[in-house]
Design a protein around this ligand. Structure first.
Ligand code: HEM
Length: 120
């Protein structure tokens, strides 16, 4: 049986490391997007994001948080902000040595949420 992307990346533990690096080293240090997170409890956010990204990558757990539209509505997120966040996710996966083909697959899944996340 072929393993899915989540399993190939190393499962929950590996994803948690990627998410931690993605947020703390990339997103929160980028002045073009970090203002969105200034009132967010980052500990809670890291947990949510880990679960969500795991789900997006095909992990077995189901995501039980708010819908993407509910979580991001009213934040006035522009397409450029979305692209910046996606780029940070890309760079975080590169940092952990994930293969280019797997990164492309992960970013395609995330991009499918763009419509729900950006401001309309
Ligand atoms: C790339 C795809 C994205 C995914 C998968 C994602 C996922 C999530 C999740 C799972 C939550 C938590 C929802 C909950 O509280 O139950 C959340 C909240 C949040 N997201 Fe995203 N997000 C994405 C893109 C973005 C972008 C582009 C921005 C802004 C530049 C952003 C800003 C935020 C903020 C500020 C919150 C917290 C809102 C609050 O404090 O209640 N997200 N996101």
């Amino acid at each position: 049986m072929e393993r899915n992307l989540y399993e190939r990346l190393g499962g929950e533990e590996a994803i948690a490391k990627v998410v931690d690096y993605f947020y703390n080293e990339l997103v929160l240090k980028d002045a073009s997007v970090n203002h969105f997170f200034k009132n967010t409890d980052m500990e809670k956010q890291l947990l949510h994001q880990t679960k969500f990204i795991s789900y997006a990558l095909g992990g077995s757990r189901t995501y039980e948080g708010k819908s993407m539209e509910k979580a991001h509505g009213g934040l006035n997120i522009q397409p450029s902000h979305f692209d910046t966040i996606a780029k940070h996710l890309h760079d975080a996966l590169v940092h952990f040595g994930v293969a280019e083909g797997d990164i492309t697959e992960a970013l395609e899944r995330v991009a499918s949420l763009k419509e729900d996340i950006v401001h309309k």
